[in-house]
Design a protein. Structure first.
Length: 113
């Protein structure tokens, strides 16, 4: 079963995490699915975390890996982060690494060429 759903926006590929937890249990599979999307040529990505209630260091690490796979070829922005997940982003200072948006529409607009 896929951990993500994708939706093409004119400016980016919106990737919604369909699990409520992005943790060690699913981080490897999540990373593999995201890497596949990037290798298929999707270089502007919005990661929609609006359905995620919990994230741990493995989940954050998987997201950082996706950013590294993209390298200078593209952009990865994050949308819909809930309070508990945002706390983890702030504690790990990942809120300074990633651009965070309230929703995927705003995030996709930020990637308009």
């Amino acid at each position: 079963m896929s951990l993500i759903q994708t939706q093409q926006d004119p400016n980016a590929l919106i990737v919604k995490v369909v699990q409520t937890r992005l943790d060690a249990k699913i981080a490897v599979n999540f990373k593999e699915e995201m890497t596949k999307l990037i290798n298929e040529g999707n270089h502007k990505l919005v990661l929609d975390l609006s359905g995620v209630d919990f994230i741990d260091s493995s989940g954050l690490g998987a997201i950082v890996t996706c950013l590294k796979v993209l390298g200078r070829k593209g952009d990865l922005v994050i949308a819909g982060v809930k309070n508990d997940v945002m706390t983890m982003f702030v504690l790990t200072r990942m809120d300074r690494v990633f651009q965070l948006f309230p929703n995927s529409e705003d995030a996709a607009k930020s990637l308009a060429a």
